[in-house]
Design a protein around this ligand. Structure first.
Ligand SMILES: Cc1ncc(COP(=O)(O)O)c(C=O)c1O
Length: 360
């Protein structure tokens, strides 16, 4: 039986003026809406107690399993308002399936796709006044997550779990227009390894990536690209985005899904739209020699990262302990791919692939 996410309205919702002030300058990830979706799972009873209720803190016992053993997974997707006022999600079923993949790896329970989508849809409906208008690149960022909250210090799969969705208005990633970013490349630190949790969206991967991220900041870079740290023979992904190279021969290359990187929904969308823009997509191994050597010899003409938060971001240069490899300044293919994805998300072109799910 499906969960039902019925609304218990927040008795003290923010005023229209307060909402307008947040939407005027949403930033990212710091302001939250009036409600959240929740459901709980127990080993004996399965999923139950679905609800949309007032946003507020959880009560978690100091012995709650997630605080000790990090049994936790999450997702990230956005709701977009179109020019006609309607509100749409972008490929939410793909996020639902990826949460299932993450759950299987982390011994958490599987949440049915329809329950995931219902939770997100009902939350967006309840908080629709928090979805920014279609001017600029604003949206409502949605963060579904699931964690072990059984009160037990034994190391085993928790028998009580909470699923929730919270929502946060989000501004354009680049406030002054799209700017290329410089990327720090590390083969010292790994965020994930063979047999590990790289293909799951679990909090521990992000905790593991922070040290490299901070090393990148020290070198003037805003993001880190991980080279597989054991054999040092393949490019993987950034701390929170996938990576693509545009080659002079018209191919568009991204690392194959080997189990150590996250299968990005933007990555999959880019592979589809790029083919329609005349590029030849290839998912394969990219060696560090190809990454750096291709820029040096001119066979790589553009590079970009991609993910839900920043859509498609041109890369200006890769830097490592061995030097800097700067790409040409023009990014015509990257920007065409970026526009093609945004045009679908904001309803500026017909959704020919059924990627949008109308909510309001
Ligand atoms: C490690 C990592 N890789 C790639 C991505 C891009 O995934 P998506 O396009 O689904 O946002 C993300 C963001 O979710 C991420 O955290």
């Amino acid at each position: 039986m499906s969960l039902r996410f019925e609304l218990s309205a927040n008795p003290q919702p923010r005023t229209e003026e307060e909402v307008a002030a947040v939407l005027a300058d949403p930033g990212f990830g710091a302001k939250f809406t009036d409600h959240m979706a929740v459901a709980t799972w127990t080993k004996s009873g399965g999923w139950a107690d679905g609800a949309i209720k007032p946003y507020g803190p959880f009560q978690i016992d100091p012995a709650g399993a997630v605080l000790h053993y990090a049994q936790e997974i999450f997702e990230g997707l956005k709701a977009y308002r179109h020019a006609d006022g309607s509100i749409h999600l972008f490929r939410p079923e793909a996020n639902a399936r990826r949460l299932q993949t993450s759950a299987a790896r982390m011994m958490l329970p599987e949440l049915p796709v329809e329950d995931f989508v219902d939770a997100v849809v009902e939350l967006v409906r309840a908080d629709q006044r928090w979805v920014p208008d279609s001017s600029g690149e604003k949206s409502l960022y949605l963060r579904p997550f699931m964690f072990a909250d059984e009160v037990f210090l034994g190391v085993r799969a928790a028998e009580r779990v909470t699923f929730a969705v919270i929502a946060s208005p989000s501004g354009p990633y680049f406030s002054g227009g799209v700017k290329p970013v410089d990327i720090w490349v590390t083969d010292t630190y790994a965020r994930a390894g063979v047999g590990g949790t790289g293909a799951a969206k679990c909090g521990g991967n992000y905790a593991a990536s922070l040290i490299a991220q901070y090393e990148g900041y020290e070198h003037g870079c805003s993001q880190v690209l991980f080279i597989e740290a054991a054999d040092k023979d393949r490019v993987e992904e950034l701390g929170g985005m996938n990576v693509f190279l545009v080659k002079a021969d018209g191919t568009l290359v991204t690392p194959a899904l080997t189990g150590t990187i996250l299968e990005g929904i933007t990555r999959s969308s880019v592979l589809t739209v790029a083919a329609e823009l005349g590029l030849k997509p290839e998912e394969r191994r990219i060696t560090p020699d190809e990454l750096f050597g291709g820029i040096a010899d001119g066979s790589t003409i553009e590079a970009f990262s991609c993910g839900t938060a920043a859509v498609v971001t041109p890369i200006g240069a890769f830097r490592s302990v061995n030097g800097e490899w700067r790409l040409p300044e023009a990014n015509p293919h990257t920007l065409a791919i970026r526009d093609a994805i945004l045009d679908i998300q904001y309803g500026r072109v017909p959704d020919t692939r059924g990627w949008l799910r109308r909510v309001v």
